[in-house]
Design a binder for this molecule. Structure first.
Ligand code: PLP
Length: 388
């Protein structure tokens, strides 16, 4: 039903279940189910994913919201997790075995970087780094044992855009799993599966839920892959509680609307910052100064709500600017309706050495702003007085 729907309609309607005539999916707040003959049958066949047995294995609210994420991304199947990190760790442990190689980049959310560089090598999995903007480099850096390539669609915090068309087409031909963390772009601005990615992962804590009031993650892709991920999820236990699923499903109904507003606000704020004498540089895909403009025009439907900028005068000056903001709150997360700001060097990327930060481009005075859905004029006014 509704295969030709636009993404606003999918955000509202996909996945929802009308039990006993309800308009919205009721909350199935239960940890377990009565052991009916169907439940016993599912257990006996070794396929408890197909019957209601125990909520870590599956629950109606998980099914509803996972289907909504899958439909938005154009995927066959989906699973939801207790956080973005639960989704990423379960996915990578499902796809990689001892002796396999993971190709990725250092431009990653700090938690993902720590998991990949600390947990995978100790399990005999090789990890190396490449440049997600350069398809030729990616090809050169692939090894005979490369099983997974993992990139963020727009990287955290430097907003480097993955060169999807070329990398996607080629990895599909080679049979390598291309995993894209689509947290920053959301399916409203980019659908990586349309460009050849094999699996998409989200921190639903961010834009998908959009209200900065819950933790959740999702993995979507082919059923064959998702069945493997499900097995690991059940063993590691990172399933999403039904109440969080219920809230996430409600939050996601306004996804398209929120992201559209964040796209508009993001551009207004980025243009203001770029024109400000106390700002050294602004990184935002909608600016003409953004280095990958041609790729932006080819692959993005919106520029997003993430604006990274560097204030003149280094980290101390940047801390002063944050402290002076009144409307925009100093907090480390993103993607919600409230605008938030943080300094990557002392939050998401604090674990990197000075040299690693410099190599990546995390320079003194760099701030990461997640633009919310407030009035753009009010956000600009707040930034203007803080910079003054
Ligand atoms: N991926 C990205 C791009 C993120 O920014 C984050 C968190 O900030 C995560 C994954 C991890 O998600 P969570 O905090 O929900 O575990």
């Amino acid at each position: 039903m509704g295969n030709g729907w636009g993404l606003s309609t999918v955000s509202v309607h996909a996945g929802g279940r009308n039990y006993e005539g309800s308009l919205t999916t009721p909350l199935f707040q239960t940890s377990t189910y009565l052991l009916t003959p169907q439940a016993y049958q599912a257990i006996e066949k070794g396929k408890p994913r197909e019957g209601w047995v125990y909520t870590r294995w599956g629950n109606q609210n998980q099914l509803a919201v996972a289907e909504k994420v899958a439909r938005l991304e154009g995927a066959e199947d989906g699973l939801v997790f207790s956080s973005g990190m639960a989704a990423i760790s379960s996915l990578l442990l499902a796809l990689l075995r001892k002796g396999d190689h993971l190709l990725t980049t250092r431009d990653l959310y700090g938690g993902t970087y720590s998991f990949i560089t600390q947990e995978l090598p100790s399990r005999g999995i090789e990890v190396s780094f490449t440049d997600q903007r350069n398809p030729r480099r990616v090809k050169e850096d692939v090894r005979p044992n490369t099983k997974v390539i993992f990139f963020e669609s727009l990287s955290n915090p430097l907003l480097k855009l993955v060169s999807l068309p070329e990398i996607g087409e080629w990895t599909r031909e080679e049979g390598i799993h291309l995993v894209i963390d689509n947290t920053f772009t959301t399916p409203i601005n980019l659908r990586p599966l349309d460009w050849g990615a094999d699996v998409v992962v989200h921190s639903c804590t961010k834009y998908l839920n959009g209200h900065s009031d819950l933790m959740a993650g999702a993995v979507v892709g082919r059923k064959e892959v998702l069945n493997k991920v499900w097995e690991v999820m059940v063993k590691l236990g990172g399933c999403l509680d039904p109440h969080a699923c219920f809230l996430l499903e409600r939050g996601m109904k306004t996804l398209a609307l929120r992201v559209k507003r964040q796209n508009e606000n993001g551009l207004r704020v980025a243009e203001f910052l770029e024109s400000h004498p106390k700002v050294l540089r602004v990184i935002y895909p909608g600016l003409t100064s953004y280095p990958q403009r041609e790729l932006v025009d080819r692959t993005l439907s919106g520029y997003g709500g993430m604006v990274t900028f560097q204030v003149k005068g280094g980290d101390n000056r940047a801390l002063q600017v944050m402290a002076k903001l009144k409307l925009i709150k100093e907090a480390t997360s993103l993607g919600g309706i409230d605008s938030l700001i943080s300094m990557p060097t002392n939050t998401s990327h604090h674990h990197l050495s000075v040299q690693e930060k410099a190599e990546l481009g995390i320079e003194p005075g760099l701030l990461r702003l997640s633009v919310g859905i407030e009035d753009a004029d009010d956000l600009i006014g707040d930034l203007a007085s803080a910079l003054r």
